[in-house]
Ligand binder design. Structure first.
Ligand code: ZN
Ligand code: ZN
Length: 294
């Protein structure tokens, strides 16, 4: 029996990071072939969630995490070692050869790609560069941002969907096996910053189409920044979140995001929901518009 995702006790930083015995990387086995890795808030306040999906031929590591914060005590993230142990252990458990490893990203922001260099010398490993040319070329998305691509892990076919708006190379990954939709920084329980509003609005529509067409029982993003109080965020840079929102969202949240984007249409503004906050940014990076009543 594995713990359901909504009741996993995640590491969530510490009041005093110098005194914590938490690991830098927490591993949760979501099912036989799927692992969720959470990075410590005492390493980086971003505390990214990374995902490792295994198939007979190939394993996919989605994102490689952040650089250490300036004041972090431990500066070397044991990501490569953790992934190697998981892949080796998985293959041994099944009595099969180790699958090759694909290291790819939800998008190119620094907190999602900074561990890439740990994998550059790994045998039988492909690190997909976080550029639009490399992403569209590797997955096979010639009509970006339209279309979908398949990624066959060997007995496990994933679907990759263009999702620009938060960042220009952003993708979502759908896994029919676990009915999970991995949404990176486009949708997670936190502050959803939007740099290209028209692109983000179309991406939200594309994501809504997907959850109407496919089975999606869990929506997994890359961070948790909401508290367990509806509509209330932890401040940016928080390194202790004792009362954080659960990681998993649902297909209903995808539809809620789409509806919110359509309601704002051409006049985007800060829009507070129970489980996420949409924050469109102006070209200079400043928030555009204000929340109603704020
Ligand atoms: Zn991002
Ligand atoms: Zn991020």
């Amino acid at each position: 029996m594995t713990t359901p995702l909504e009741s996993v006790a995640w590491i969530h930083g510490a009041r005093d990071c110098s005194g914590t015995g938490d690991p830098l990387v927490q591993v949760h086995r979501m099912d036989r072939d799927t692992f969720v890795l959470r990075l410590s808030k005492c390493y980086s306040f971003e505390a990214n969630f990374l995902y490792l999906l295994l198939g007979r031929e190939r394993a996919l590591l989605l994102d490689t995490g952040a650089r250490p914060d300036a004041g972090a005590r431990d500066r070397a993230l044991p990501l490569r070692r953790t992934v190697d142990e998981l892949v080796t252990g998985w293959a041994a458990e099944r009595g099969v050869p180790e699958p090759e490893l694909v290291v790819a990203h939800t998008h190119a922001h620094g907190d999602h790609v900074s561990g890439d260099d740990q994998f550059t010398d790994r045998p039988r490993t492909r690190v997909v560069a976080p550029t639009l040319a490399a992403v569209t070329g590797f997955f096979g998305l010639p009509d970006w941002p339209e279309g979908r691509a398949g990624l066959d892990l060997g007995g496990r076919e994933l679907s990759v969907v263009p999702l620009p708006g938060h960042e220009p190379t952003h993708v979502a990954v759908h896994d029919p096996r676990t009915r999970a939709l991995f949404t990176g920084d486009t949708l997670y329980p936190g502050l959803l910053t939007v740099r290209d509003w028209p692109a983000y609005r179309r991406s939200a529509a594309r994501l809504a189409d997907l959850v109407r067409q496919e089975e999606v029982s869990v929506v997994l993003g890359a961070h948790v920044e909401m508290t367990s109080t509806p509509g209330v965020l932890y401040p940016l840079g928080t390194t202790w979140q004792p009362d954080e929102h659960p990681l998993p969202l649902t297909a209903a949240h995808v539809l809620e995001l789409h509806e919110a984007c359509e309601a704002m249409a051409g006049a985007p503004h800060v829009d507070v929901h129970d489980s996420f906050v949409i924050q469109p940014l102006a070209a200079d990076g400043a928030p555009s518009g204000s929340p109603p009543g704020a």
